[in-house]
Each structure stands twice: as structure tokens, then as C-alpha cells.
Design a protein around this ligand. Structure first.
Ligand SMILES: [Fe+2]
Length: 456
């Protein structure tokens, strides 16, 4: 396996000096009675046998799965780029994670410490403290290899080994009874609607087998939005009134709500506020791009459901969720923590679920790419217009809300990075002007939405 990202690229320190440093670190641990002579021998043996290639260490840190490494290596044979660069480009690793792996390659004490945690010889919290003391005592003198963390750098050892690999998580997601399958009716209707020449009477017959779905469609067809003179009383008429796309959207949204009806009210409110805001911003940004009709509705739905992976983590992986929160409270980024604990980010989990549910590609892409950097989205921006707009809308929805000159709620756009604004071709002043109406719209929808989720 050819790997081009070698310790030297991280500005590694010479091997001789590394072994001095390791010796010094080990003596420090023994002096403090952290390790016995037997422990030292055992860990050194493991370290000597260890494969220190980039891919192996990235898997050890649980930043990627072995499957991901094969994917990056395959990409490398095509492009000849460095593994670290490819891992960032393909969105499999963050720049911080690549840096962490390169440090592990070039820093013998750090790798020794990593093995101590992985073999549960020393707890992660204890070791973090010891490492800080050690580097402090050394004052970093003699430890000045490039990439060396300064002074009180945080040592990111997890408190326990990762519980789930990405492959294992996918197997879980596929087999979680309440999560993996859509109700039979929904599945059949989505399948039928893929055929543009399908007879509405056939679709109606299937939908009538599910009373709650039938009521939902009748309610929508009779809503003020369609302003019909004559009320619609049959499912078939409702289908004709709504049209294929509206039916598809209604049942997709309904089935996602159905999956996650049990979540905590407060969490639900926070979640749907962000989702509705992202939905409204997506629609608004598409309007600003002069998009009309179907595209706006597709975008609104992609925005509404973009964070479904987060719901799945909350509801089905409560322990993992608690650990992720603890790590985030300790300063880790949400993505870092999710990868550490579950091996996949909530964006990837959402995309994976949409894939097994057979949802349209625009929804899947929006879920997968909603936290991707401009660098990752790159040339995909034009190929995935809805995903790209949802990416921007999600970020805008997280901006602080402030009171405008007339007292209405608007946005503080000062924290938007200029590169982000440029990449998405945004007009920050126009965002501030549009914000009161967009926020108002999302708030109006929120109360009914939360009640609906809790009672569906
Ligand atoms: Fe998200």
C-alpha cells in the first residue's frame, strides 16, 4: 500500500531525538508511579510492532473507517495527491484530524500515550493531565519539532475507545426496526410515484390503506393554500388537486415526522426552529437566484429535513449522544465528537438514512453536504445547487438574531466569513433586510410543527 503522507511532511523530528524524548516521557510516567516496568515493556512492544502509516493511524483515531481508507487510497492512485489532502478534499477528515494523525506519526511520546489509552492502561482524563504536566515541565524546550503543540495544548484522547465503527453503525441503522423501514404504504407510494405515467387511481388505492396518511392528504388538498371552491372528499381527487410532487413531499415529511415523534419537547422545539429557519432561508436564497416553482419547494423540503441524522442520533443512540455532548462541552467540535464516538457525522448518517429510504437525490445530497466547507463543496456547488444552498442556509440560520432599528428581529452577519460570503455569492446587506420576514415566517410555522411532531 503506497502512502505518500509521511512523518517528514509533518515536519517530523529526527528518529534519534524521538527515542530520547520517548525515554524521557516513559521515565516521567514511571517516576510518577503511573506505569510499572511491566507496563512500559508491554506498551513499548506494541508501539514497536505498530503500523504507523497514515491510514492505519487515522483508523486508530477513529477518524475514518478502514473502508474509507481504501476509498482514499483508490482516489490516490488516480490523482497521486497526498493522503491527508485527499482525506480533507473528500470530506472524510477535517484539517485538524489530518494534523492530529501527522503528529501521531512524528511524535513518539504522543503515540505511546495514545496506546496507553487504547489499551486502557491509563484513563484518558488522567493522561491528559499528565501530558500537560509533562510538556509544561519541559517548557517545550527540546520539543520544538514543527507541529508541536505549545504549552497547555489540549491532548485529545477519548475517555474510552470508540464504540462503533462506521461499518458497524451502518449495520445498526439498517437493522433498527423503528428506523430503517418506512411504513409499507409510504414505500409503495414512493415506488409508484417514480413512474411519471402512474395512474392516480392506483396510487389512491394504496394510500387508502393508511387512514392517517389519507387524512393528511385530504387536509392539505382542502387547505387554504389550494383555495378550492368545492371541497375534496376522496383520496383520488386529493391526489389530482395536489399533484405528484406535493404528494411525494407530504408523505416524505410525514414519514420523517412519524419516525421521530418521541423526542424531548425542548429538544424538538430547538431542532425544528433551526430546520424551519433553514427551510425558509433555502427557499429565500433560491428566490434570490431567480429560481421559481418546483425548485423552491424542493429546496424548502431539503432545508427542513437536512438535519435528520441529528434526530436519529438523539433518538436511537442516547448513550453516544450523551458522550458527544460531553465532548462538545469540553471544547470539541460537534463533528469531531460524532466521528470519535460514532465514526460518522450526523450529516453522513442523515444521507445514509435517506439512501436506504429511497428518498430523492436532492434530499440526500443536502443532508450529506450541509456542514461541508467551501473547499469540500468546491466544484460540486454548481452540480448540486440545492445542497449548496442548504449548506449556506444552515449556516445563516445559526447566526445570532438581534433587534433591528425598527425593533424587528434581524441577523447579526458580522461573524460570516468573507470566503463563505464570496463562495455562496451572498449579499450580506440583503440578508439583513430579508431576515425579519424569514424569521417571522419560520416562527409562525414553529408552534404548529412542534405540536404536530409530538402528537403525530
Ligand atoms: Fe447539522
Amino acid at each position: 500500500m503506497a502512502e505518500t503522507t509521511r512523518p517528514a511532511e509533518a515536519g517530523a523530528i529526527p528518529a534519534a531525538s524521538q527515542s530520547d524524548q520517548l525515554r524521557e516521557f516513559v521515565s516521567f510516567l514511571v517516576e510518577r508511579h503511573v506505569l510499572s516496568a511491566g507496563d512500559v515493556k508491554r506498551i513499548l512492544q506494541i508501539q514497536a510492532r505498530m503500523d504507523r502509516r497514515f491510514g492505519t493511524l487515522a483508523v486508530l483515531k477513529s477518524f475514518v473507517s478502514p473502508h474509507d481508507v481504501i476509498f482514499i487510497l483508490y482516489q490516490q492512485t488516480e490523482s497521486g495527491e497526498k493522503l491527508g489532502e485527499l482525506a480533507i478534499k473528500t470530506g472524510l477528515m477535517t484539517r485538524e484530524q489530518v494534523k492530529e494523525v501527522l503528529l501521531l506519526q512524528s511524535d513518539a511520546p504522543r503515540l505511546f500515550a495514545e496506546i496507553l489509552v487504547r489499551t486502557r492502561t491509563v484513563s484518558a482524563s488522567n493522561l491528559r493531565k499528565i501530558m500537560r504536566d509533562f510538556y509544561e515541565k519541559r517548557g517545550c524546550s527540546g520539543w520544538s519539532g514543527p507541529g508541536r503543540p505549545a504549552g497547555n495544548a489540549d491532548f485529545a484522547f477519548p475517555d474510552q475507545p470508540v464504540r462503533m465503527s462506521a461499518d458497524k453503525l451502518k449495520i445498526h441503522l439498517r437493522h433498527l426496526k423503528d428506523l430503517a423501514t418506512l411504513p409499507g404504504v409510504v414505500h409503495r407510494v414512493l415506488g409508484l410515484l417514480q413512474n411519471p405515467h402512474v395512474e392516480m387511481s392506483e396510487v389512491a388505492q394504496v394510500i387508502e390503506g393508511d387512514p392517517s396518511l389519507s387524512v393528511r392528504l385530504l387536509r392539505l388538498a382542502n387547505s387554504a393554500f389550494f383555495a378550492l371552491v368545492t371541497k375534496v372528499s376522496t383520496v383520488q381527487k386529493a391526489l389530482i388537486t395536489l399533484g405528484v410532487n406535493n404528494v411525494r413531499k407530504t408523505i416524505i415529511t410525514a414519514s420523517v415526522l412519524e419516525k421521530f415523534k418521541g423526542i424531548d419537547q425542548q429538544e424538538a422545539a430547538e431542532y425544528w426552529r433551526h430546520s424551519l429557519l433553514t427551510s425558509r432561508w433555502t427557499k429565500h436564497l433560491l428566490e434570490m437566484q431567480n429560481q421559481r416553482g418546483e425548485a423552491l419547494e424542493d429546496g424548502a423540503m431539503a432545508g427542513l429535513l437536512h438535519d435528520t441524522g441529528r434526530l436519529a442520533v438523539w433518538q436511537f443512540f442516547a448513550d453516544a449522544n450523551a458522550e458527544i455532548r460531553r465532548m462538545v462541552a469540553g471544547g470539541a467540535s460537534a463533528e469531531q465528537a460524532e466521528r470519535e464516538v460514532l465514526s460518522m457525522s450526523h450529516a453522513e448518517i442523515g444521507g445514509f438514512l435517506f439512501q436506504i429510504w429511497n428518498f430523492p437525490a436532492s434530499l440526500l445530497q443536502a443532508a450529506c453536504y450541509h456542514h461541508s466547507s467551501a473547499e469540500t463543496l468546491g466544484s460540486l456547488k454548481d452540480a448540486l445547487p440545492i445542497a449548496s444552498v442548504v449548506n449556506a442556509a444552515c449556516r445563516i440560520s445559526r447566526l445570532p438574531v438581534v433587534s433591528g432599528e425598527d425593533g424587528s428581529k434581524t441577523l447579526d452577519v458580522s461573524s460570516l466569513e468573507p470566503e463563505f460570503v464570496m463562495f455562496h455569492k451572498l449579499d450580506a446587506d440583503a440578508l439583513v433586510r430579508s431576515a425579519p420576514a424569514v424569521i417571522r415566517e419560520a416562527n409562525t410555522m414553529l408552534s404548529s410543527f412542534v405540536t404536530q411532531t409530538a402528537t403525530t
